[in-house]
Design a protein around this ligand. Sequence first.
Ligand SMILES: *Cc1c(COP(=O)(O)O)cnc(C)c1O
Length: 365
Amino acid sequence: MSIPAPSYVRGIAPYQAGKPISELAREYGLQEERIVKLASNENPLGVPDSARAAMLVELDEMARYPDSNGFELKRAISRRYGVPEDWVTLGNGSNDILELAAHAVVQPGQSVVYAQFSFAVYALATQAVGARAIVVPARDHGHDLEAMRAAIEPDTRLVFIANPNNPTGTFAPAETVERFVSAVPADVVVVLDEAYNEYLPPELRFDSTALVRRFPNLLVSRTFSKAYGLAGLRVGFGLAQPELTDLLNRIRQPFNVNSLAQAAACAALFDDAFLQRSYEVNSAGLQRLQSAFTAMGLEHVPSFANFVLVRVGDAAAVYEQLLRAGVIVRPVAGYGLPEWLRVSVGLPEENERFLAALASALGRT
Ligand SMILES: *Cc1c(COP(=O)(O)O)cnc(C)c1O
Protein backbone atom coordinates (compact mmCIF):
# COMPACT_ATOMS: atom_id res chain seq x y z
CA MET A 1 0.00 0.00 0.00
CA SER A 2 1.64 3.23 -1.11
CA ILE A 3 -1.08 5.81 -0.47
CA PRO A 4 -0.75 7.10 3.08
CA ALA A 5 -4.04 6.76 4.93
CA PRO A 6 -4.91 6.54 8.61
CA SER A 7 -5.04 2.93 9.80
CA TYR A 8 -8.61 3.49 10.98
CA VAL A 9 -9.62 4.22 7.39
CA ARG A 10 -7.91 1.08 6.09
CA GLY A 11 -9.64 -0.85 8.88
CA ILE A 12 -13.16 0.01 7.73
CA ALA A 13 -15.20 -2.86 6.31
CA PRO A 14 -17.45 -1.30 3.65
CA TYR A 15 -21.23 -1.31 4.22
CA GLN A 16 -22.94 -4.38 2.75
CA ALA A 17 -26.19 -3.35 1.16
CA GLY A 18 -29.10 -5.57 0.17
CA LYS A 19 -28.60 -7.22 -3.21
CA PRO A 20 -30.10 -5.09 -6.00
CA ILE A 21 -32.81 -6.71 -8.17
CA SER A 22 -30.81 -6.00 -11.36
CA GLU A 23 -27.75 -7.78 -9.92
CA LEU A 24 -29.68 -10.94 -9.04
CA ALA A 25 -31.29 -10.90 -12.50
CA ARG A 26 -27.84 -10.67 -14.15
CA GLU A 27 -26.19 -13.29 -11.96
CA TYR A 28 -28.93 -15.92 -12.02
CA GLY A 29 -30.50 -15.20 -15.40
CA LEU A 30 -33.85 -14.28 -13.81
CA GLN A 31 -36.43 -11.78 -15.04
CA GLU A 32 -36.47 -8.62 -12.94
CA GLU A 33 -40.29 -8.55 -12.82
CA ARG A 34 -40.29 -11.97 -11.17
CA ILE A 35 -37.87 -11.01 -8.40
CA VAL A 36 -39.12 -10.11 -4.93
CA LYS A 37 -36.79 -7.87 -2.92
CA LEU A 38 -37.39 -7.90 0.82
CA ALA A 39 -33.86 -6.94 1.76
CA SER A 40 -33.58 -3.23 2.50
CA ASN A 41 -36.71 -2.28 4.44
CA GLU A 42 -38.02 -0.27 1.51
CA ASN A 43 -41.68 0.68 1.18
CA PRO A 44 -43.42 -1.98 -0.95
CA LEU A 45 -46.08 0.57 -1.98
CA GLY A 46 -43.46 2.46 -3.98
CA VAL A 47 -43.30 6.25 -4.44
CA PRO A 48 -46.28 8.27 -3.15
CA ASP A 49 -48.22 9.93 -6.01
CA SER A 50 -47.95 13.25 -4.19
CA ALA A 51 -44.14 13.06 -4.33
CA ARG A 52 -44.14 11.93 -7.95
CA ALA A 53 -46.23 14.95 -8.96
CA ALA A 54 -43.97 17.34 -7.03
CA MET A 55 -40.88 15.90 -8.72
CA LEU A 56 -42.36 16.28 -12.20
CA VAL A 57 -42.85 19.99 -11.56
CA GLU A 58 -39.35 20.29 -10.12
CA LEU A 59 -37.75 18.56 -13.14
CA ASP A 60 -37.81 21.83 -15.07
CA GLU A 61 -35.41 23.33 -12.53
CA MET A 62 -32.71 20.66 -12.80
CA ALA A 63 -30.19 23.00 -14.44
CA ARG A 64 -30.13 25.01 -11.22
CA TYR A 65 -28.44 24.12 -7.94
CA PRO A 66 -30.77 23.12 -5.13
CA ASP A 67 -31.67 25.55 -2.35
CA SER A 68 -28.65 24.93 -0.13
CA ASN A 69 -30.61 25.93 2.96
CA GLY A 70 -33.60 23.79 2.06
CA PHE A 71 -35.95 26.60 3.05
CA GLU A 72 -39.23 24.98 1.93
CA LEU A 73 -38.45 21.56 3.32
CA LYS A 74 -37.26 22.91 6.67
CA ARG A 75 -40.41 25.00 6.90
CA ALA A 76 -42.53 21.94 6.09
CA ILE A 77 -40.73 19.86 8.73
CA SER A 78 -41.05 22.66 11.25
CA ARG A 79 -44.83 22.81 10.68
CA ARG A 80 -45.31 19.07 10.64
CA TYR A 81 -43.49 18.52 13.93
CA GLY A 82 -44.19 21.81 15.64
CA VAL A 83 -40.51 22.68 16.06
CA PRO A 84 -38.53 25.83 15.23
CA GLU A 85 -36.87 25.89 11.80
CA ASP A 86 -33.45 26.36 13.39
CA TRP A 87 -33.75 22.90 14.91
CA VAL A 88 -33.65 21.19 11.52
CA THR A 89 -30.63 19.74 9.69
CA LEU A 90 -31.29 18.21 6.29
CA GLY A 91 -29.36 15.11 5.30
CA ASN A 92 -28.58 13.09 2.20
CA GLY A 93 -30.52 10.28 3.81
CA SER A 94 -30.45 10.10 7.58
CA ASN A 95 -27.14 8.25 7.23
CA ASP A 96 -25.75 11.67 6.45
CA ILE A 97 -27.08 13.00 9.77
CA LEU A 98 -25.42 10.12 11.65
CA GLU A 99 -22.11 10.87 9.93
CA LEU A 100 -22.42 14.60 10.54
CA ALA A 101 -23.00 13.97 14.24
CA ALA A 102 -19.82 11.92 14.51
CA HIS A 103 -17.75 14.44 12.55
CA ALA A 104 -19.12 17.38 14.52
CA VAL A 105 -18.43 16.16 18.04
CA VAL A 106 -15.92 13.29 18.06
CA GLN A 107 -12.15 13.53 17.76
CA PRO A 108 -9.84 10.63 16.83
CA GLY A 109 -9.18 8.49 19.90
CA GLN A 110 -12.35 9.48 21.73
CA SER A 111 -15.11 6.94 22.18
CA VAL A 112 -18.59 6.29 20.83
CA VAL A 113 -21.14 3.98 22.49
CA TYR A 114 -23.63 1.82 20.61
CA ALA A 115 -25.33 -1.53 21.04
CA GLN A 116 -24.42 -4.95 19.74
CA PHE A 117 -26.79 -5.83 16.85
CA SER A 118 -27.52 -2.19 16.09
CA PHE A 119 -27.37 -0.35 12.75
CA ALA A 120 -24.13 -0.97 10.80
CA VAL A 121 -23.70 2.72 10.02
CA TYR A 122 -22.94 3.47 13.71
CA ALA A 123 -19.75 1.41 13.46
CA LEU A 124 -18.86 3.01 10.12
CA ALA A 125 -19.40 6.56 11.36
CA THR A 126 -17.33 5.78 14.46
CA GLN A 127 -14.43 4.33 12.48
CA ALA A 128 -14.51 7.10 9.90
CA VAL A 129 -13.56 9.64 12.55
CA GLY A 130 -10.90 7.42 14.11
CA ALA A 131 -12.90 6.95 17.31
CA ARG A 132 -12.98 3.95 19.60
CA ALA A 133 -16.19 1.94 19.62
CA ILE A 134 -17.68 0.82 22.92
CA VAL A 135 -20.12 -1.90 21.86
CA VAL A 136 -22.58 -2.79 24.62
CA PRO A 137 -24.00 -6.33 24.65
CA ALA A 138 -27.66 -6.51 23.61
CA ARG A 139 -30.39 -7.71 25.94
CA ASP A 140 -33.07 -9.87 24.29
CA HIS A 141 -31.67 -8.59 20.97
CA GLY A 142 -32.47 -4.98 21.96
CA HIS A 143 -30.63 -2.04 23.50
CA ASP A 144 -29.72 -2.46 27.16
CA LEU A 145 -29.95 1.25 27.95
CA GLU A 146 -28.92 0.80 31.60
CA ALA A 147 -25.73 -0.90 30.50
CA MET A 148 -25.18 1.66 27.76
CA ARG A 149 -25.33 4.49 30.25
CA ALA A 150 -22.91 2.66 32.51
CA ALA A 151 -20.56 2.09 29.55
CA ILE A 152 -20.07 5.83 28.94
CA GLU A 153 -16.47 6.80 29.72
CA PRO A 154 -14.91 10.22 30.33
CA ASP A 155 -13.82 10.44 26.66
CA THR A 156 -17.21 9.34 25.26
CA ARG A 157 -18.70 12.02 23.01
CA LEU A 158 -21.53 10.23 21.25
CA VAL A 159 -24.11 7.49 21.81
CA PHE A 160 -26.17 5.98 19.00
CA ILE A 161 -29.59 4.47 19.71
CA ALA A 162 -31.94 3.11 17.05
CA ASN A 163 -35.57 3.01 18.14
CA PRO A 164 -37.02 0.78 16.73
CA ASN A 165 -33.70 -0.94 16.13
CA ASN A 166 -32.36 -2.36 12.88
CA PRO A 167 -31.70 -5.29 12.29
CA THR A 168 -33.61 -6.65 15.30
CA GLY A 169 -36.87 -4.65 15.23
CA THR A 170 -36.86 -4.14 19.02
CA PHE A 171 -38.31 -1.04 20.66
CA ALA A 172 -37.50 0.87 23.84
CA PRO A 173 -40.58 2.60 25.32
CA ALA A 174 -40.79 6.32 26.11
CA GLU A 175 -40.01 6.03 29.85
CA THR A 176 -36.87 3.97 29.23
CA VAL A 177 -35.56 6.40 26.62
CA GLU A 178 -36.35 9.39 28.79
CA ARG A 179 -34.62 7.85 31.79
CA PHE A 180 -31.58 7.15 29.62
CA VAL A 181 -31.31 10.61 28.10
CA SER A 182 -31.77 12.21 31.53
CA ALA A 183 -28.91 10.16 32.93
CA VAL A 184 -26.38 10.81 30.16
CA PRO A 185 -23.78 13.51 30.95
CA ALA A 186 -24.54 16.83 29.23
CA ASP A 187 -21.30 16.71 27.23
CA VAL A 188 -22.25 13.46 25.50
CA VAL A 189 -24.44 13.77 22.41
CA VAL A 190 -27.21 11.18 22.10
CA VAL A 191 -28.42 10.36 18.59
CA LEU A 192 -31.92 8.90 18.75
CA ASP A 193 -32.38 7.31 15.33
CA GLU A 194 -36.11 6.97 14.64
CA ALA A 195 -35.99 5.70 11.05
CA TYR A 196 -38.93 3.34 11.69
CA ASN A 197 -41.01 5.59 13.94
CA GLU A 198 -43.95 5.76 11.52
CA TYR A 199 -44.44 1.98 11.79
CA LEU A 200 -45.02 2.04 15.55
CA PRO A 201 -48.58 1.40 16.72
CA PRO A 202 -50.06 4.78 17.77
CA GLU A 203 -50.14 3.79 21.46
CA LEU A 204 -46.36 3.29 21.52
CA ARG A 205 -45.35 6.43 19.64
CA PHE A 206 -44.00 9.20 21.80
CA ASP A 207 -43.07 12.78 21.10
CA SER A 208 -39.28 12.79 21.00
CA THR A 209 -39.27 16.51 20.14
CA ALA A 210 -40.39 17.14 23.74
CA LEU A 211 -37.13 15.47 24.80
CA VAL A 212 -35.16 17.62 22.35
CA ARG A 213 -36.72 20.66 24.00
CA ARG A 214 -35.36 19.51 27.37
CA PHE A 215 -31.96 18.19 26.34
CA PRO A 216 -29.49 20.29 24.28
CA ASN A 217 -27.36 17.16 23.74
CA LEU A 218 -30.11 15.17 22.04
CA LEU A 219 -30.33 14.75 18.25
CA VAL A 220 -33.34 12.94 16.81
CA SER A 221 -32.96 11.61 13.28
CA ARG A 222 -35.74 10.74 10.86
CA THR A 223 -35.86 9.57 7.27
CA PHE A 224 -37.98 9.64 4.12
CA SER A 225 -36.50 6.28 3.07
CA LYS A 226 -38.90 3.94 4.83
CA ALA A 227 -42.57 4.79 5.47
CA TYR A 228 -42.44 7.75 3.04
CA GLY A 229 -41.27 5.53 0.18
CA LEU A 230 -38.38 7.68 -1.04
CA ALA A 231 -35.24 5.61 -0.31
CA GLY A 232 -33.70 6.21 -3.75
CA LEU A 233 -33.82 9.98 -3.37
CA ARG A 234 -31.69 10.03 -0.20
CA VAL A 235 -33.31 12.46 2.18
CA GLY A 236 -33.57 12.55 5.94
CA PHE A 237 -33.29 15.11 8.70
CA GLY A 238 -32.12 15.74 12.23
CA LEU A 239 -33.89 17.66 15.00
CA ALA A 240 -31.85 19.26 17.76
CA GLN A 241 -31.59 22.53 19.60
CA PRO A 242 -29.87 25.36 17.67
CA GLU A 243 -26.38 24.97 19.15
CA LEU A 244 -26.00 21.37 18.00
CA THR A 245 -27.89 22.05 14.76
CA ASP A 246 -25.47 24.88 13.99
CA LEU A 247 -22.49 22.56 14.45
CA LEU A 248 -23.97 19.98 12.07
CA ASN A 249 -24.71 22.64 9.47
CA ARG A 250 -21.13 23.92 9.57
CA ILE A 251 -19.81 20.62 8.22
CA ARG A 252 -22.79 19.67 6.06
CA GLN A 253 -22.06 19.84 2.33
CA PRO A 254 -23.82 22.90 0.87
CA PHE A 255 -26.01 20.95 -1.57
CA ASN A 256 -26.33 17.65 0.28
CA VAL A 257 -30.04 17.28 -0.49
CA ASN A 258 -30.91 17.52 -4.17
CA SER A 259 -33.86 19.51 -5.54
CA LEU A 260 -36.00 16.52 -6.50
CA ALA A 261 -35.58 15.07 -3.03
CA GLN A 262 -36.51 18.38 -1.39
CA ALA A 263 -39.64 18.73 -3.51
CA ALA A 264 -40.71 15.12 -3.04
CA ALA A 265 -40.14 15.21 0.71
CA CYS A 266 -42.19 18.41 1.10
CA ALA A 267 -45.13 16.70 -0.60
CA ALA A 268 -44.78 13.32 1.13
CA LEU A 269 -44.59 14.91 4.56
CA PHE A 270 -48.26 15.90 4.38
CA ASP A 271 -49.49 12.80 2.54
CA ASP A 272 -51.30 11.33 5.53
CA ALA A 273 -53.25 8.87 3.38
CA PHE A 274 -50.06 7.32 1.99
CA LEU A 275 -48.50 7.13 5.44
CA GLN A 276 -51.61 5.47 6.85
CA ARG A 277 -51.69 2.92 4.02
CA SER A 278 -47.98 2.19 4.56
CA TYR A 279 -48.68 1.57 8.22
CA GLU A 280 -51.64 -0.72 7.55
CA VAL A 281 -49.98 -2.78 4.82
CA ASN A 282 -46.98 -3.17 7.10
CA SER A 283 -48.81 -4.14 10.24
CA ALA A 284 -50.89 -6.77 8.38
CA GLY A 285 -47.77 -8.12 6.64
CA LEU A 286 -45.78 -8.21 9.86
CA GLN A 287 -48.52 -10.21 11.56
CA ARG A 288 -48.69 -12.61 8.63
CA LEU A 289 -44.93 -13.22 8.61
CA GLN A 290 -44.66 -13.59 12.37
CA SER A 291 -47.56 -16.01 12.66
CA ALA A 292 -46.19 -18.04 9.74
CA PHE A 293 -42.81 -18.25 11.50
CA THR A 294 -44.52 -19.42 14.68
CA ALA A 295 -46.47 -22.03 12.71
CA MET A 296 -43.21 -23.24 11.13
CA GLY A 297 -41.56 -23.43 14.55
CA LEU A 298 -39.03 -20.71 13.64
CA GLU A 299 -37.78 -18.42 16.37
CA HIS A 300 -38.19 -14.74 15.53
CA VAL A 301 -37.70 -11.43 17.33
CA PRO A 302 -41.09 -9.69 17.74
CA SER A 303 -40.79 -6.62 15.54
CA PHE A 304 -41.91 -3.00 15.87
CA ALA A 305 -40.62 -2.01 12.44
CA ASN A 306 -41.13 -3.03 8.78
CA PHE A 307 -38.95 -6.14 8.87
CA VAL A 308 -38.47 -9.16 11.06
CA LEU A 309 -35.46 -11.16 12.15
CA VAL A 310 -35.99 -14.91 11.88
CA ARG A 311 -33.75 -17.81 12.90
CA VAL A 312 -33.40 -20.31 10.09
CA GLY A 313 -30.27 -22.27 11.07
CA ASP A 314 -27.75 -22.26 8.23
CA ALA A 315 -28.77 -18.78 7.08
CA ALA A 316 -26.15 -18.55 4.30
CA ALA A 317 -27.55 -21.70 2.66
CA VAL A 318 -31.17 -20.61 3.07
CA TYR A 319 -30.32 -17.15 1.69
CA GLU A 320 -28.79 -18.80 -1.38
CA GLN A 321 -31.85 -21.05 -1.90
CA LEU A 322 -34.13 -18.02 -1.64
CA LEU A 323 -32.04 -16.19 -4.25
CA ARG A 324 -32.47 -19.11 -6.62
CA ALA A 325 -36.22 -18.79 -6.09
CA GLY A 326 -35.98 -15.08 -6.95
CA VAL A 327 -36.43 -13.81 -3.40
CA ILE A 328 -33.86 -11.44 -1.91
CA VAL A 329 -33.68 -11.11 1.88
CA ARG A 330 -30.85 -9.86 4.07
CA PRO A 331 -28.20 -12.08 5.65
CA VAL A 332 -27.06 -10.67 8.99
CA ALA A 333 -23.92 -12.71 9.68
CA GLY A 334 -22.02 -9.43 9.51
CA TYR A 335 -23.97 -8.34 12.59
CA GLY A 336 -22.93 -11.51 14.42
CA LEU A 337 -26.20 -13.30 13.68
CA PRO A 338 -25.13 -16.14 11.34
CA GLU A 339 -28.24 -18.25 11.96
CA TRP A 340 -30.69 -15.46 11.21
CA LEU A 341 -32.13 -13.66 8.20
CA ARG A 342 -33.81 -10.26 8.16
CA VAL A 343 -36.84 -10.05 5.93
CA SER A 344 -38.63 -6.81 5.08
CA VAL A 345 -42.41 -6.79 5.01
CA GLY A 346 -43.67 -6.70 1.42
CA LEU A 347 -47.03 -6.61 -0.30
CA PRO A 348 -49.24 -9.60 0.55
CA GLU A 349 -48.27 -11.50 -2.61
CA GLU A 350 -44.56 -10.83 -1.97
CA ASN A 351 -44.83 -12.11 1.58
CA GLU A 352 -46.47 -15.30 0.27
CA ARG A 353 -43.75 -15.77 -2.36
CA PHE A 354 -41.15 -15.45 0.37
CA LEU A 355 -42.93 -17.83 2.78
CA ALA A 356 -43.37 -20.46 0.08
CA ALA A 357 -39.70 -20.19 -0.94
CA LEU A 358 -38.65 -20.35 2.71
CA ALA A 359 -40.73 -23.46 3.36
CA SER A 360 -39.20 -25.07 0.32
CA ALA A 361 -35.64 -24.05 1.32
CA LEU A 362 -36.21 -25.58 4.76
CA GLY A 363 -37.68 -28.75 3.25
CA ARG A 364 -41.07 -28.05 4.81
CA THR A 365 -43.19 -28.57 1.70
C1 LIG B 1 -32.82 2.55 7.06
C2 LIG B 1 -32.25 3.17 8.29
C3 LIG B 1 -31.89 4.50 8.29
C4 LIG B 1 -32.22 5.37 7.12
O1 LIG B 1 -31.19 5.51 6.26
P1 LIG B 1 -31.32 6.63 5.14
O2 LIG B 1 -29.94 7.09 5.00
O3 LIG B 1 -32.22 7.70 5.66
O4 LIG B 1 -31.88 5.95 3.95
C5 LIG B 1 -31.37 5.06 9.43
N1 LIG B 1 -31.23 4.34 10.55
C6 LIG B 1 -31.58 3.05 10.59
C7 LIG B 1 -31.47 2.31 11.85
C8 LIG B 1 -32.07 2.42 9.45
O5 LIG B 1 -32.39 1.14 9.48
